[in-house]
Design a protein around this ligand. Structure first.
Ligand code: CU
Length: 407
């Protein structure tokens, strides 16, 4: 039987102690950064009562969840919730997976200050691992005095906002404990404004079991995985040996702004052994490809034009039930993570080549000077939707477009 999951989210100002003795003025849901994890099962209805106790308006976007258009939390579908006001969001969760919720108003500041949390939807057929943890990867940009750096300088507009303080679950480079011999499900979310994370777990092999829109058809072995802002990945991690100390770090990556150094997000400390009954099945689920190989696009989106045309761009409507095949062409000198609101897509081609595996996605990095073909099917949720670059400073500069889904 589906349940009703009722949640109260109180957006408020807090003192965010991101490291012992170091704090900044943060924005938080219910006083926590990340905000409380919302957990539900497939088919449940989530009802969230947002109370805005911030000194500025806010809204909540349910990133990846196939909500009705009116519940999407954007300026296109609701007036911002002013200070002292409330708003009720109500929607069903039709798909299992790792999602997140975050402010969709003055995002560059509100997400940097901590207004985000995880939304987890479970299914009885989820694989059984020994434990589960949620990892929010983020960063903070401070000024030379250790205060929050001012927002919106010219450099940020172009390059995005990245800081030197790397956070895992709202804390600077924390230690995580894991019992030896166990295998955990890690649900990882890149909640940063701009930071790309080419994640490595001490170079150890791990198994990718899911992406933005839930489980993959089959598990995929890897030693690194790239997360760009907005993206999620679910991994099976472990087993490790007692007394090992393993760094979770970002490997060097060049998103068009020069190669970053290796950077630590956290350290995994392996404790005494525990019994394991973890099993990753060889088949996780079935995904039907939406299109045949070589399907031709019916729309081309120039990310350069999207970036430079500024606000109030309106794209052609899509009709419910009409298959969409879009070419995302990035002629610019930097990578852009493209986020489609409200619908999952499949990656059909990356620079003409088949992607390594079939998956449901709502955010995809389109590397500089490359193109990515996606396919998606507008299901029967008419209304106002949008797509945008998930580098929040680019979104704020107008790298976005509204479109309508019509019957
Ligand atoms: Cu961008």
């Amino acid at each position: 039987m589906p349940d009703l999951v009722a949640v109260e989210l109180d957006a408020q100002e807090i003192t965010w102690e991101f490291a012992p003795g170091r704090s900044i003025p943060g924005f938080a849901f219910n006083g926590e950064i990340p905000g409380p994890t919302i957990e539900a099962s497939v088919g449940d209805t989530i009802e969230v009562r947002l109370r805005n106790n911030l000194p500025q308006p806010t809204t909540i976007h349910w990133h990846g969840v196939r909500v009705p258009a009116a519940m999407d939390g954007t300026e296109a579908v609701q007036p911002p919730v002013g200070p002292g006001e409330t708003f009720e969001y109500r929607f069903e969760v039709p798909d299992a997976g790792t999602y997140w919720y975050h402010s969709h108003t003055n995002e560059t500041e509100q997400l940097e200050r901590g207004l985000y949390g995880a939304l987890i939807v479970r299914d009885p057929s989820d694989p059984n691992l020994d434990a589960e943890r949620i990892l929010h990867l983020d960063d903070l940009k401070l000024d030379p005095h250790g205060d929050l750096a001012p927002f919106g300088d010219e450099h940020e507009h172009h390059a995005g906002r990245e800081g030197d303080v790397r956070l895992l679950n709202g804390r600077q480079e924390p230690d995580l404990d894991i019992p030896a011999g166990t295998v955990e499900r890690w649900r990882i979310i890149d909640t940063a404004n701009t930071r790309f994370v080419r994640l490595s777990i001490g170079g150890r092999p791990f198994t990718i079991i899911g992406t933005d829109g839930g489980l993959l058809p089959q598990p995929v072995s890897a030693t690194e995985v790239l997360l760009t802002p907005g993206e999620r990945v679910d991994l099976a991690v472990g087993p490790f040996e007692e007394r090992e100390s393993i760094e979770l770090e970002a490997l060097p990556y060049d998103r068009g702004k020069g190669e970053t150094p290796r950077e630590r997000f956290a350290t995994l400390q392996v404790g005494s052994p525990a019994a394991s009954s973890a099993q990753v099945p060889e088949t996780l689920r079935h995904i039907d490809p939406l299109v045949e190989e070589g399907a031709e696009p019916n729309r081309t989106i120039s990310l350069k034009a999207l970036m430079h045309e500024g606000h109030h761009q309106r794209a052609e409507p899509v009709r419910v039930g009409d298959l969409q095949v879009w070419d995302l062409v990035n002629e610019t000198g930097q990578d852009h993570p493209f986020h489609l609101h409200g619908f999952f897509f499949q990656i059909v081609q990356e620079n003409g080549a088949m992607p390594p595996f079939l998956a449901w996605k709502d955010t995809v990095n389109v590397p500089r000077k490359s193109q990515t073909r996606i396919a998606w099917l507008p299901d029967d949720r008419p209304g106002e939707w949008m797509y945008h670059c998930h580098i929040l400073e680019h979104h704020a500069m107008g790298m976005m477009a509204h479109f309508e889904a019509v019957r």
